[in-house]
Design a protein around this ligand. Structure first.
Ligand code: C5P
Length: 229
């Protein structure tokens, strides 16, 4: 059976990574969360006092890219890849609101995008890949076999994110989460370099009223009909 590349793009907190994990497990494919790379670089910038992103700090961060080693290693307890920055597992740290508040400003820097996209493209050889993000179907894998674009109402997205972070033990407030989601969407759709767009050939899924299993069933049906699986 041919192994395909599935690109999942969409607005913040539309459940892309939960769906991508479920889908990749179902198909026995590799899953890569592309946003975790931008988040890890943002974490590094915060730790190295390169925030606020003044011109000088942006140049320093770009100059340090060659010193930022990003790797994915399978976490045996979850079965999914965790992101490592220079050997340290950052899977939990990158979800903080502090990282979320700066990540879209880091992700709009063209030299950083170029660097990250090159790493992302290298996963193509794996065969059998699900990658989620903002520019996967438009820039990273414009020839992806299947492109999905997720959307959902603003409040439903904020509530999902809020619940997820509360469950992980973060002390957060709903309005901060709501505002973060709206401002990231604005930055991501308005940036000059690889903005978040709906690729022409993408299947748009509004999952405001769909469970994750509804979404999985819909996609599996789609894959069976398109690719003769
Ligand atoms: O997917 P996640 O919400 O973790 O991504 C965090 C941020 O990283 C996004 O809001 C966006 O600014 C950036 N990003 C991006 N391109 C991607 C994935 C994420 O610009 N492919």
């Amino acid at each position: 059976m041919r192994k395909i590349i599935i690109a999942i793009d969409g607005y913040a907190s539309t459940g892309k990574s939960s769906l991508a994990k479920l889908l990749s497990s179902h198909l026995n494919y590799t899953y890569i969360n592309s946003g975790s790379m931008y988040r890890a670089i943002t974490y590094y910038a915060i730790r190295n006092k390169l925030i606020p992103l003044t011109k000088k700090n942006i140049n320093s961060l770009i100059g340090l890219l060659s010193k930022i080693q990003l790797d994915y290693k399978i976490n045996k307890s979850t079965g999914f890849s965790d992101i490592y920055l220079n050997g340290s597992n950052l899977e939990s740290e990158i979800k903080s609101l502090e990282v979320s508040n700066y990540v879209s400003s880091v992700a709009e820097i063209p030299k950083i995008r170029k660097h990250v996209v090159e790493i992302q493209k290298s996963f193509q050889h794996k065969g059998g890949l699900v990658m989620d993000g903002r520019d996967i179907g438009s820039v990273v894998f414009p020839n992806a076999d299947l492109k999905l674009f997720l959307t959902a109402s603003d409040h439903i997205r904020a509530k999902r994110r809020f619940d997820e972070l509360i469950n992980e033990g973060y002390e957060i407030n709903y309005d901060d989460i709501f505002n973060n989601i709206i401002s990231r969407d604005k930055k991501d759709t308005e940036r000059k370099d690889s903005p978040l767009i709906i690729p022409k050939d993408a299947v748009v899924i509004d999952n405001s009223k769909m469970s994750i299993i509804d979404q999985l069933n819909f996609i599996i049906k789609l894959i069976k009909s398109r690719f003769n699986f």
